[in-house]
Design a protein around this ligand. Sequence first.
Ligand code: SAH
Ligand code: SF4
Length: 367
Amino acid sequence: MGIDRIIEQDAFARNDIIRLLQSEGPDKELLFRKSAEVKEKLIGKKVWLRGLIEFSNICSKDCLYCGIRRTNKNLLRYNLPDEEILSAAKFAYDNRYGSVALQSGEMESRSVTLRIENLVRKIRELSGGTLGITLSVGEQEPEVYKRWFDAGAHRYLLRIEATNESLYRKIHPHNGRYDFRRRLDCLKALQDIGYQTGTGVMIGLPFQTMDDLAGDLLFMNEFNIDMCGMGPYIEHADTPLAKHSADLPPLSARFDLTLKMIAILRLMMKDINIVAATALQAIDPVGREKAVRIGANIIMPNITPGPYRDSYRLYDNKPCTSDSAGDCRDCLEARLSLADHEIVYGEWGDSIHYEKRRKGKQQNPDK
Ligand code: SAH
Ligand code: SF4
């Protein structure tokens, strides 16, 4: 079957996805044109913002790919005081970003639970309940997720990282803390509690195959996610996975593959929110804008106070670590207008998929 016929189908088989991932030249152009059309039809040439506050790089985990892993001693650890987190949220409110996303290393403890609960409440207070709140603070017990949801958080991003369990094991240390099943259970708990649930994977990992990537997209569809944040894997020199660099495709190929993953997912799940990951911009200065053109509709501008940005280094060459939050906004405005897209200010920009899923549930409460 030709690529044109594959794209027109209602559902993709694993082999179709692999064909699309391998498309080049006019076939790839066709894929990108179709995914852009789908986005424009359902969502418009629009982008919504989530002001990203990387509030702490302290992490109890040791993921083999990540620059802020627990055993990396080569960085300054920080934990932003509550006032600074709240003033970053106030910046997002004053600048009509619509939403904030709080992200950090993974810590599980009662004090962390209470702290985040309090921060969520305070962000709601300072914005009169108008700022959307996304959390991305890793694996937690269902009760903890529920407390934060009740406090006012309504979206959660937890990347599954790799849906092939054997690949997942290769990129995580071998002990009980890195249980693939627990990560899945966490995602399920988030969905059951009522969060808009987001997941994603890294693209271009050592040992990863096209078949794995096709499986990742099928998983997202099957799991019925509301949001996706996926980006290229980029080495961090101080991590164990970096020693496999020589076997990896160049960054430009990982970038290209990420765009294809976004385009295919947009065709498969037309009404979900898809993030144009910051890691794309680490490879190509207009990487996020390229992703927006072919299907992504969310950007997460960094509003972490300047001095801390450089220390939240998940991978090498993280962009814009010396900019201020205001610089990021002005720069984005200019870049997106070049990409023929507009930023929607002052709106949550919830995933249409989530709304439909919720309404469907009300009509069929047993489902
Ligand atoms: N600690 C939380 C959230 C912060 S990490 C968690 O792990 O869920 C956020 C994301 O950064 C991770 O999900 C991972 O996909 C991504 N990341 C980490 N190291 C990376 C690297 N070297 N290249 C690209 N993305 C990376
Ligand atoms: Fe910690 Fe998240 Fe990095 Fe893993 S990916 S080491 S959990 S910050």
